[in-house]
Design a binder for this molecule. Structure first.
Ligand SMILES: [Zn+2]
Length: 434
């Protein structure tokens, strides 16, 4: 049995109440949190103790991303969506091969780990290649087997074949503690309803997560609504897509009745405020979701459009937009905003083993430097949490652990040669452009 003890100036637990423990001790046993609390209450311990000058916080959970799109970061900036897809993304993505995806995911995973993001929900082609990279970097991921038909993707097979592949991947990956496999039909406007229904069945049969984009833009569902007379959430309910572990990304354009459908079927939401703001999609009704008890986590979306994987930026923007939408500075507290990226995100991705510093959960955590102007002054422990949300960011993350294993030390990712990874992605990106 491996056993380590960490003593930090404070611990931010990532719970809904925003609890901060001063002079904190964190005990890790075999990759799990065995104990956390204040030093004066800590159980006896005779092993080696690691002192951390700053605070410890849970590893963040990125509830929605297409991380291998590090290959295409910022390309075609400013083009309208249809031209961006047709002229920039689809020609490049049609040439993608698994080795490109592994290289891009490796670099993206290192970027996230340096930001203290320890788990991500990945929706992209070549799920095996994504998983292989995450295994290398020592991060955690929930990797979606994709379902998508788009020009240039014909070599991925028909939607039927993609469904079969998803079932196979689910069966193979059942015992992997670091990689969970889900099924990721792109959206109701890109995947036919009967295939979506079968994906829902498959997900429930294997207890897999089903992850799908819903109501990102105002007009994306117009055609479906005109044809069926139902909103996308109600269509999904009617076609048997809901009822299992469903995570819906964006959900910007949902009305009260749609939110009631989500609440009734316990659908969780991956809220991506920065992507929605940059692409002028709209402001999702976050407060209304939380008030209905809908599980909500935060996602960065893909680096082709956002343009980084820094979930700390989403924390601040989620709070700002929720307040702006309500014209109420109390519409979302700092504690709630931080919880959305930690315990809230873990709940949204249906992983009660992640997201909070609590005995019995995974020892996924980061060490944040508080000897910085961003953390001055601190009059009460709760100031540490408000500074984390309102004045600090990923630049203050010094070290990161996943399952008790240190994967970032003093800002350097230990599991990836980042210079080599950058060079490889630079080269592959150039080749895909030709
Ligand atoms: Zn997305």
């Amino acid at each position: 049995m491996s056993r380590e003890r960490y003593r930090a100036a404070a611990a931010v637990l990532g719970d809904r109440a925003g609890t901060v423990v001063e002079d904190a001790v964190l005990d890790v046993e075999d990759g799990m949190i065995a104990w956390i609390g204040s030093y004066t209450d800590a159980p006896p311990y005779d092993g080696e103790l690691t002192r951390l000058a700053g605070l410890v916080a849970p590893g963040l959970v990125n509830a929605h991303c297409h991380s291998p799109m590090t290959l295409f970061r910022g390309l075609g900036e400013g083009l309208p969506l249809d031209r961006w897809l047709q002229e920039v993304m689809w020609p490049r993505e049609a040439r993608l091969r698994p080795a490109d995806v592994t290289a891009a995911m490796r670099l993206a995973s290192a970027e996230m780990l340096r930001c203290g993001v320890t788990t991500s929900v990945e929706m992209y082609v070549y799920a095996d290649a994504v998983a292989a990279a995450v295994h290398e970097t020592g991060a955690r991921a929930i990797v979606m087997a994709p379902l998508l038909a788009a020009p240039g993707w014909e070599h991925l097979g028909t939607l039927e074949e993609q469904l079969e592949r998803a079932a196979r991947q689910a069966a193979e990956a059942e015992t992997d503690p670091m990689i969970e496999v889900g099924i990721g039909p792109h959206a109701a406007y890109t995947v036919p309803l009967d295939i979506l229904g079968r994906a829902g069945e498959l997900a429930r049969a294997h207890d897999m997560m089903l992850h799908i984009h819903v109501a990102e833009t105002e007009d994306e569902a117009a055609e479906l609504e005109a044809e069926h007379g139902l909103s996308v959430p109600r269509l999904l309910a009617e076609h048997g897509v809901l009822g299992g572990r469903v995570l819906a990304a964006h959900c910007v354009w949902l009305d009260d009745a749609d939110l009631d459908v989500w609440a009734a079927h316990d659908v969780a939401v991956a809220h991506c405020p920065q992507s929605n703001a940059k692409l002028a999609a709209g402001i999702a009704p976050l407060r209304a979701m939380l008030d209905r008890g809908i599980r909500v986590g935060l996602g960065t979306d893909g680096p082709a459009s956002n343009n980084n994987l820094d979930l700390w930026e989403e924390i601040r923007l989620a709070a700002q937009l929720a307040r702006l939408r309500a014209l109420d500075a109390q519409a979302l507290s700092a504690a709630e905003a931080f919880w959305l990226a930690t315990g809230g995100s873990a709940a949204a991705v249906d992983r009660p083993d992640l997201g909070q510093l609590e005995p019995g959960r995974a020892a996924d955590f980061c060490h944040v430097d508080i000897d910085d102007v961003a953390f001055i002054p601190v009059e009460s422990p709760s100031d540490l949490l408000t500074h984390l949300v309102w004045s600090a960011g990923s630049q203050h993350v010094r070290d990161t652990w996943v399952a008790g294993r240190r994967v970032v030390a003093d800002g350097v990712c230990l599991t990836v040669d980042e210079a080599a990874a950058r060079a490889e992605v630079r080269e592959r990106s150039a080749a895909l452009a030709r």
